[in-house]
Structures are given as C-alpha cells and as structure tokens.
Design a binder for this molecule. Structure first.
Ligand code: ADP
Ligand code: MG
Length: 655
C-alpha cells in the first residue's frame, strides 16, 4: 500500500550534517501493524513524517497504492494527508478551546463532509468516549485526550494511521488502553504504524522495524504464520489515489469565523484593545469628515444668503488670497467713498459701510463678549437681515449716532435666555444701548458662529465704541446678476479717482471681490481644514491597523502548534492564510462598526454641545467600513502569510 524506495534525508546545521534517513526502502501492506523502534535520534520521527507526507525527502520515491506521489505539490499532499492518513502525536495536539467532538471533526473542515457532528460522534463511540464529547481537552485525562486524538485520526477513514510515540506521555494504564485501541483497530483491518522507543510497546505489534543512525537495521514479523484478519485489500483500497484539490468552501468559512471569535474570546482584553484602536480611528474619520462637510455646507448656506449680486470692497491687495501685502499702500475708506459709490446708479444698487470690532456686553448679571458690526440701514436689504423681532435702525439714527442695537440670536440666548430683548437696555463696552431688534438666524459653523453678533449704526460704532476714523469695508450690491462685472469695474474706477490713484496703484491698495471669489476662498480654506482633519484621523486609523498587525503576529506565534496541527490534518497554505485573515478582518470590522456608532454619536454631541453644524454622509460611513475591512486585510496579510508559510513539522515541534 505504501512503498518507499531509497529515501534520503539530511539536515544541515551549519557545517554539521545529520543524515536522518539513509537510503531507506520500506513497504507497508494493507492491514499491517508495524512498530518502528530505535534509540532517540535514530530517524524514527523523520521516517514517520516522510510516510505521512509531512516532510519532503531529499531523494527517493514514494508510492501510495501504486501511484507515485513524491513529486506532487504541497496542496495535493495536503489533500492526501487529509483523506488517507491519520496522525496521532505524543503531545496529543488537541485544540484547547474546542470540545472533544469538535476536535474529532476538525479534519472534516478540510475534507468537506456535511455530517461532521454525527461522524465525529461515531468515532468517539469507537474509542469509548461518547459521554465526554462536550468536554474540552483540559477537562480530560491524558489517556482520554489521546483517545480523542485517535478518534480524530479515524474520522476520514484513512488508509493508514501513523502514531509517533503515542504512549510517550501516558501512565501505564493509559498506555495499555491506547495500545488496546490500536490492536482493536488493526484487527478490524486498519493499517497502523507506531513509532516507539519502548520495546514492550513494540512487542505488541505484528512487525517490528528497528532503526539506527537513519538506517533500517532489522525488519521482523513477530508471529509468523498468522494471517492478517479483516477485510481483503481489494475491498478497502481505492483503485487510484485521488489527488485533485476539491473546492471545499462554505463550511470552512463558518469554522474560521468561529475560530476567530474563540481566539478573540480567549484573549478578551487584547482583542478589545486592538478593536479599540480601529474604533478610535474610524470614529475620528467619520466625525472629522462630518465636521468638515458641515463647515462647508454652512459656509455655502451663508454665502447663498448673501445673494449673488454682492460685492465687498476692502483695503489691501487682492493678491495672496486676501492677505494684504503692503499695508502702507492700503486705502482708507471714508463716508465720501460710500456716497461716491452710491451715485453709480447705472450699475450699483444698495451700498452700506461696515466697521467691525469686539465688544463686551452686559445685561443684568450676565456678561458676553461678542463681535460688533457698525453699518447703515441698507444692510438690511443687502444681507437679507430683516429683523425677526423689532425693527432695523434708520438713516436718522445713523446721523445721530444713536445708541441702538440689533442682536444676533446667539447673543440673545446668552444674555436674555427666554426673555424678550426688544426695548431692553444693555451695556456695550460700558455704554447703555437700547435693543431695537433681533437679527434672523444664520447658523453656526465649526469656525465661526454667524449669530454671535451685534449690529449698531456705523457712526455709533466708529465714534462711540471702537474709536475708528475710517470705514473697514463697503458692501455694494450690483443692480443685477449680469451687472456684477460692470459694477466691479465702475466701483474700482470711482475709488481710484476719489483717491487720485492710477489703475496700477488702485490694484494694490484695495480689492473688490464678488461672491464667486469669496466662495472660492472660503471653500478652499474649509477644504484644506477638512483634509487636514481627515488626514490626522486617517493616521489614527493607520495606527489602529498596526495594532491589529501586532496582535495578529503574536497570535500566529502563540498558535504555531495549532497551525502545524491543522496542516498535518490537511489544511493547505490558503486555508491557514484565510483563517488568520478572517480573524484580523473580523477584528477590524467590529472596530469599524463600533467606530461608526461612536463617530456618529460624537458628531451629534458636537452639534449639541458646540452648536457646530456637522453633516454625516452615508459615503463617509461606507468608506469607513470598507476602509476598516481593508485595514484588517492589509495589516492581517503579513501575519497570515507568516502563518501559512510555517513548515508543519517545525510548527508542531514549536515550544
Ligand atoms: P527520533 O525520532 O528517532 O528520535 P528524529 O527523526 O527526530 O529522531 O531525528 C533524526 C536526526 O535528525 C536526529 O539526529 C535529529 O537531531 C535530526 N533532526 C531532526 N529534525 C531536524 C531538524 N529540523 N533540523 C536539524 N536536525 C534535525
Ligand atoms: Mg521522535
């Protein structure tokens, strides 16, 4: 059934060469019970690994049921191991977090049999452990654990059972039990090969092969003449060995997911911390994107409320995005300029001056620091600022420098709460003012609250509150959307004329900007801000990913023996890789989903607590989910690859 011809295997340790197997030829027939005996280091285990298709010899041939298999790929070997070979190891190698039943069923994950549970149950009955099938290995004695391992080796009805020192870790009673089990299996026709260094164990086999220094020195039948009982070879042997790699998906994924959850549950704190890393990253990305988009949206709203006909006239150069370069060259605007612009009736409609500054307000026991703007009555039309309560100030009040004020809604909330402010007296920079109206709300943005403002007549602001001699800027409304360019040109010409400047000088000393200019500047600045926030958040996601990679590498190291075992039972590299990838993706996906919840929650809290507009987009949630899966994949790939590359024998030996 199995035939080895001229097998050689040499290990090189530096300059030292160890000939573990020297020209070993061996044939094992159906129904045999073979013991391989020899002192430690004589090459028994190496021979066993060769027989079990776990290790490639340096030279020689291997025939399984007459087919040459030594040239087949690792993947095909994995299939052969899974289908035709049952392993029993000295250290039992049961997976600790699984019940006896699941341990027995493990090879079926890679063999694709649907009735896993009932088959595993039957095998446990065969080894006399039916009543222990829900116990985990740590709840079983050594002898019982080894019986579970024997049941596992039987699950795929293999051609041969290979046992390496199966009794090495057992007391004498359990030794007898296990040997009894092997004898019983053999008497039912199963081929059994056991490796041992104990002569009394070997004595129980039918054929004893003795090894020394990598060579077979004797090969004897114990009691000649006795025919091997059981089925005839023709009944049992498949005519040829199937080596195709079947598609065996489905169930395995479920098992991998279960394994991943078990692995996480057995290291709860560790898993929690790596999940937390992803959670923070994803939550930050979502909240930051929401914040950026909210800012952009509220700016768009503010700008659209201004009307597209508006022009802003400011001192300073229009270059460098509104940053005034040569301060000395800047124009200082006066009421004369306002009047001159207002006379351009062909292209210009309403005109309003503007001065701004800070003001400290007091009402009763309440204090509030806010932005103050002084302007004229046309502001109401230009900025669509019809009061929601009370009235706007008049030209007479501007001329008289009256102490009247309109409050933005945020100021009202801060100073008056639910009280009606109209008609009340407030102190602005220690001067008493009468509140005559409340401005319509414009909305808050992360960078500026548009409703935190007080409006007073421009003259009052200049001479009574801020001590300014000149106007800061001028609002100019073009007659219509098609007149914006003409108005811009006309205003530029008149201001140059008023200030006796050439066109070139004028270009440097003041700027006239229309809505699309302003929109562009503001959008690009919020975009930059948003991208910056997003980038910082993305970095935290990256750090979270590295955390997952770290934990997965630890997990691979810890589970080296498990990986070796799975490979011995028929898992190929792809199976191992998939298992670990599923684990890391699952972790980052959990982190991602929790991160979405936290991120959305945080966005709402920002809105409520800070009053900033945030906009959670479905796209950012989707991107965050996809991103966390990708993080899991990318950062899990290296550890999973490391796991899949492990050599099964070395992995099984790993301490
Ligand atoms: P046994 O099972 O009979 O005790 P082994 O088959 O395990 O012996 O080992 C045979 C020889 O090969 C020993 O001398 C051992 O040191 C050597 N050997 C086995 N595995 C390796 C390895 N992975 N690297 C180097 N030497 C090895
Ligand atoms: Mg050994």
């Amino acid at each position: 059934m199995i035939e080895l011809k001229h097998i050689n295997k040499t290990y090189r340790m530096g300059d030292n060469e160890v000939h573990a197997l020297r020209d070993v030829s061996l044939a094992i027939d159906q129904g045999e019970f073979v013991a391989i005996i020899g002192s430690s280091g004589s090459g028994k285990s190496t021979l066993m690994h060769t027989l079990g298709l776990l290790d490639r010899p340096d030279s020689g041939q291997y025939f399984l049921n007459g087919s040459e298999v030594h040239h087949l790929s690792d993947e095909q070997w994995a299939v052969l191991r899974n289908r035709h070979i049952g392993f029993v190891f000295q250290q039992f190698h049961l997976l600790p977090r699984m019940s006896a039943l699941d341990n027995v069923a493990l090879p079926l994950i890679y063999g694709g049999n649907a009735e896993r549970k009932s088959l595993a149950h039957d095998r446990l009955v065969d080894v006399g452990l039916a009543d222990r099938e829900q116990h985990n290995p740590n709840e079983l004695s050594g002898g019982q654990q080894q019986r579970v391992a024997v049941a596992r080796s039987l699950i795929n009805d293999p051609l041969i059972i290979l046992a390496d020192e199966p009794t090495g870790n057992l007391d004498s009673k359990s030794k007898a039990d296990i040997m009894g089990l092997f004898k019983a299996l053999n008497s039912k026709g199963k081929t059994v090969v056991i490796v041992t260094h104990e002569p009394e164990i070997a004595a129980q086999a039918k054929r004893v092969i003795t090894m020394r220094d990598g060579s077979i020195i004797s090969d004897k039948l114990q009691d000649e003449g006795k025919a091997i009982p059981g089925k005839s070879a023709a009944d049992v042997l498949p005519s040829e060995v199937a080596v195709e790699v079947e598609v065996r998906e489905g169930m395995r994924f479920l098992d991998y997911a279960r394994q991943a959850i078990l692995a996480m549950l057995s290291h709860k704190m560790r898993a929690f911390l790596s999940i937390l890393g992803i959670l923070i990253g994803v939550a930050a990305v979502i909240a930051m994107i929401a914040l950026g988009r909210g800012a952009q949206q509220s700016i768009e709203q503010q700008l659209s409320s201004l009307g597209s006909n508006l022009l802003m006239v400011r001192p300073g150069s229009s270059q460098a995005g509104g940053v005034s370069l040569g301060a000395g060259a800047s124009t200082r605007f006066t009421f004369q300029d306002v009047t001159a612009i207002a006379k351009l009736t062909a292209s210009v409609g309403n005109v309003a001056p503007s001065v701004t500054g800070h003001a400290q307000m007091v009402y009763g026991s309440k204090n509030w620091s806010t932005q103050i703007e002084g302007t004229g009555p046309s502001y109401e039309k230009i900025r669509a600022a019809a009061p929601i309560a009370g009235r706007f100030f008049t030209d007479e009040e501007v001329t008289a420098r009256s102490k009247v004020a309109l409050l933005g809604t945020s100021v009202v909330t801060q100073l008056f709460g639910d009280e009606d402010p109209v008609g009340k007296t407030v102190k602005i920079n220690l001067v008493n003012f009468t509140v005559i109206g409340v401005l319509p709300p414009r909305g808050a943005s992360p960078f500026r609250d548009q409703d935190d403002i007080v409006l007073v007549p421009v003259t009052t602001a200049m001479y009574r509150l801020l001590g300014k001699q000149y106007i800061d800027s001028i609002y100019v409304e073009a007659k219509g959307p098609d007149m914006v360019d003409t108005a811009q040109q006309d205003v530029g010409d008149i201001l140059a004329k008023e200030h006796h400047m050439s066109a070139k000088e004028a270009e440097d000393s003041f700027q006239i900007r229309n809505m699309s200019d302003m929109k562009q500047t503001m959008e690009s600045s919020t975009q930059t801000m948003g991208m910056l926030l997003g980038a910082i958040a993305a970095i935290s996601l990256l750090v979270g990913g590295i955390g997952i990679m770290n934990i997965m590498l630890v997990s691979v190291t810890e589970r080296t023996r498990e990986i070796g075992l799975r490979k011995a039972l028929g898992a190929n590299n792809r199976d191992i890789m998939t298992q670990f990838l599923i684990e890391s993706v699952l972790m980052s996906l959990i982190g991602g989903i929790a991160g979405i919840i936290v991120g959305v929650g945080a966005s709402f809290i920002i809105t409520i607590a800070a009053g900033w507009a945030v906009k959670i987009s479905l796209a950012s949630v989707l991107v965050a989910t996809v991103f966390s899966v990708i993080v899991g994949l990318v950062f899990g790939l290296w550890p999973a690859h490391q796991a899949s590359r492990l050599n099964p024998i070395e992995a099984l030996r790993y301490e």
